[in-house]
Design a protein around this ligand. Structure first.
Ligand SMILES: CC(C)(COP(=O)(O)OP(=O)(O)OC[C@H]1O[C@@H](n2cnc3c(N)ncnc32)[C@H](O)[C@@H]1OP(=O)(O)O)[C@@H](O)C(=O)NCCC(=O)NCCS
Length: 148
């Protein structure tokens, strides 16, 4: 969409959107993920009219069930509610996939909230295994996509 720009950002820039969209009403500390500051971690921000409205973080982390080494885990994917369904999430994730492919990363996986599963499916992600609960957050599926 016109006026939507995607680029790499710093960990601390993600916290505000993570907080409002993923950890509302909870301590800001819960918006910091283990590994946020690791050198291999990649944070992507989406800006609309120069305001940060979308974030996602990619951490170097394998998942036994995905069967890939050197995989990345997507965490903290969120678009500010008033901007949902404008294509911003899709643009951001597609940008991140291209970036990871350039780095020869074979696979992205995530613990996907039930409400986001169909969004990820539209972008080519598939579920593995059964639904499971993450305490205080809700039901999830592991989903993954092979990048090459
Ligand atoms: C899930 C989320 C990131 C999607 O972002 P978005 O910018 O609204 O999604 P897009 O507009 O790019 O949607 C891309 C496609 O997925 C569809 N889609 C988006 N959200 C969907 C949902 N929750 N369920 C089903 N389809 C969805 C869109 O209709 C669109 O389909 P199209 O290509 O056929 O037109 C956003 O809804 C969000 O931040 N949700 C709250 C936080 C959250 O749950 N994050 C995921 C944690 S695992």
């Amino acid at each position: 969409m016109n006026g939507f720009e995607v680029k790499e950002i710093k960990a601390e820039e993600t916290y505000r959107v993570r907080h409002s969209e993923l950890r509302k009403g909870r301590p800001l500390e819960e918006c910091k993920f283990a590994g946020d500051e690791r050198e291999t971690t990649i944070h992507i921000g989406g800006f609309y009219q120069n305001q940060l409205v979308a974030v996602a973080t990619f951490l170097k982390q394998d998942h036994a069930d995905c069967g890939f080494q050197n995989a990345y885990q997507l965490r903290g994917m969120a678009v500010v509610k008033e901007h949902h369904k404008k294509g911003f999430g899709k643009i951001l994730l597609t940008f991140a996939e291209a970036l990871l492919l350039q780095k020869v990363i074979p696979c992205i996986w995530m613990n996907a909230r039930i409400g986001a599963v169909d969004f990820y499916k539209k972008l080519g992600y598939g579920t593995i295994g059964n639904v499971f609960e993450i305490p205080k957050i809700g039901m999830h599926y592991v989903m993954f996509k092979k990048l090459y």
